[in-house]
Structures are given as C-alpha cells and as structure tokens.
Design a protein around this ligand. Structure first.
Ligand code: SAM
Ligand code: SF4
Length: 334
C-alpha cells in the first residue's frame, strides 16, 4: 500500500495506471501503425531491461500506481516476457496486470504467461477473413491468432477482449462478424476509432469510422444494444450490451468522444521515456536516471511526479491546433 502523495495532475485526475511498452518491434505490419518496409527501431541497447522496468514499476507503485498494461510493438516478441510478468506480479501494490498483443505468438506462450499470473488479455484482431487480414497486416497469420485465442480461452484467461481498429471504407464488412464472434466466444469486442498515429501520415478525419455509425450497424444487423449501467467512469471504453443478454461491445471513441477528462494513464516507452499522453509531443527520459545508479529512486519518483504535473488537459485531434506525435504508434506503445 502506497504511503506517498497520490499522483494527481493539475486538473484533479488521479494517475494509477502505467502502460509499459516492452519493445518497439513487431512481427506483423498493420498499415495504420507501421510502414510495410523500413520500420525504424531503437537500438537494442536502448531498450529497458526487465530489471529496469521492474525498478520503475516499484517506484511507480510507491506513488500509487496499481495497474500495469504491457504493450509494444508486439510484446510477445520480447524474449521471456513471462519472466517480467511474474516479477511485476510480486511487486506490492500492483493489483492488475494486462497484456495487449496481436496474438500471433499467443498459442505458444499462453501457458507460460498464465503460469506467470497473467489473466487479462486484449487481442488485436480486425477481421476473421484471411485475405483481409493479409491486406491489413501484410502477413498471413490469421490462423495463428485464432489458435492463440482458442488456447487462451482453454487455459482460463479472462477477461479477454479484442481490439478492432475502425478505419472507414475498409473495416465495415468486419464490424458485424467480429461482434458475432465475440458473442459466440464470450469476448468483448472493442472498436477503436482510427487515430492519427500511423507512420506515413495516412490518417485523415474522413477515414475514421465513428462509434455512432458502428452502433447503428450492430443494432440493425444483430439487435438492440443498451449502455452498460454504472460503467467505470475512468475506463476509456464506452460500453454497450445486447439486450438479449448475449455479450456486449465497447468503443474507444478517441476521435468522436474523447475521454481525456477521465484519463488516469502514464506511459513508458521501450527506450525509457515517460509520457503523459499517447499524443504528447514532449516526453521525459528516465532511462538515464535508471542507468545512473541504484541510489536515485527519489529522482525517478520526482520525474514521475513532474510528468503528471505537466500533463495537458487533452489531445486536440478535433481542432486545427492538433500536431501528431513525433513517434509512430508502435514506437510509443499503444
Ligand atoms: N502489437 C500489439 C497489438 O497490436 O495489440 C500491441 C501494440 S498496438 C500499437 C496496441 C493497439 O493499438 C492495437 O491493439 C490496435 O488496436 C491499436 N492501434 C494501432 N494503430 C492504431 C491507430 N492508428 N489507430 C487506432 N488504434 C491503433
Ligand atoms: Fe504490430 Fe500492434 Fe502495430 Fe499491428 S498495431 S503493427 S500488431 S504493434
């Protein structure tokens, strides 16, 4: 239990959630996140070691962080990720560890991840159609992702959620089949409005498939949906359930309904930069402090506090003041 002052920002938002990118590398190439060829990666020596991540989490936990999400790049390409998860699970104060993955390596690692104590999974899958999967990810790995989900369910992971990136004029044929898949398998599908985080600046407002459009498609094709009562006000997803009692869907409507006012998240990039927002322009180096010696935990804690104090009210995607972050999604950590 933390005894330090909680991490409130200047707008009164409490920060108890740290998203950690464990690598900027990936084994597939989703077009809205990475270029097809020539992705730029940071040097391996710049990537935080497991020991450095663990130390960072201990310090953050002392400041009141209770929730960790591991992401990337593709976190499962980081060798022995389960070892890190087991270590984070032992840190006093950490109550909740989740993993966001593209699922390609999930079948082979699920057992070790489960043994390490991981239960919460978000598997990113936009389509159940093999050709469309290839078109989106430039890889032919749909069967591996489906095998990963099946294995995770058999092992008892839960809750499992699935992320679908909602790109207009592309993903419409997948909206309803994905929701049906979720209903059949007891998985909540989360539709994420396409955000301006791609490497090649292909984002345009007109390419965002909006939450209201998707809701209408789901209501028309599957049946009535109602808002989930008493939602967690700090969760980014707006959640709905089917009124027939079979499952539900969520929307991360970052573009049409930004949730910045409830944001409780900090981010640590794989090369040790602390960020207060996915869209932040500025970031603060903590790797230098982590590598400067073992006696400066206070300085690292002060950096975390300062990052929280510096946090802006929110991104301005919907204004002409918006400036995309200087790093692509895979490099920040989604
Ligand atoms: N590789 C893992 C994966 O794909 O889930 C973790 C990292 S990925 C950057 C994290 C999430 O970001 C993905 O699940 C995907 O849904 C989302 N994502 C990636 N690019 C996006 C974009 N341009 N707009 C909205 N969401 C995006
Ligand atoms: Fe890789 Fe995830 Fe980016 Fe797709 S969204 S390219 S799986 S990091």
């Amino acid at each position: 239990m933390s005894t330090a002052e909680p991490l409130f920002d200047t707008f009164g938002r409490l920060h108890d959630n740290l998203r950690i990118s464990v690598t900027d590398r990936c084994n597939i190439r989703c077009f809205y996140c990475m270029p097809e060829t020539g992705a730029e990666y940071v040097d391996r020596g710049e990537i935080l070691t497991f020991e450095e991540i663990e130390r960072m989490v201990r310090i953050a936990a002392d400041l009141g962080v209770t929730k960790i999400r591991l992401t990337g790049g593709e976190p499962l390409v980081r060798k022995d990720l389960h070892v890190l998860i087991a270590a984070l699970n032992r840190i006093p104060g950490i109550r909740d560890i989740a993993l966001t993955t593209n699922g390609v390596l999930l079948a082979e690692q699920a057992q070790a991840l489960h043994d390490a104590g991981l239960r919460r999974l978000n598997v990113h899958l936009d389509t159940l159609d093999r050709e469309r999967f290839k078109q989106i990810t430039r890889r032919d790995d749909l069967p591996r992702v489906l095998a990963g989900i099946e294995k995770a369910q058999a092992l008892g992971f839960g809750p499992i959620k699935m992320n679908v990136v909602a790109v207009k004029n592309l993903i419409e044929p997948d909206i309803v089949p994905m929701a049906r898949f979720g209903r059949e398998h007891g998985i909540e599908i989360r539709y994420i409005e396409f955000m301006p985080l791609d490497h090649q600046s292909i984002w345009d407002r007109s390419r965002v498939l909006l939450m209201d459009t998707m809701l209408e498609m789901l209501r028309r094709e599957i049946g009535p949906l109602e808002p989930v009562p008493d939602p967690d006000p700090r969760a980014p997803a707006t959640e709905f359930r089917f009124t027939d009692g079979v499952g539900g869907v969520g929307f991360i409507a970052s573009v049409s309904k930004p949730f910045c006012l409830n944001c409780n998240r900090l981010r640590l990039t794989s090369d040790g930069k602390l960020r207060y927002c996915l869209f932040a322009i500025d970031e603060t180096d903590v790797k230098g402090l982590l590598r400067a010696g073992t006696l400066n935990d206070e300085a690292i804690a002060a950096t975390i506090r300062q990052t929280v104090r510096d946090k802006w009210l929110g991104h301005e995607i919907n204004t002409n003041r918006f400036v995309p972050p200087p790093r692509p999604m895979h490099s920040i950590g989604g």
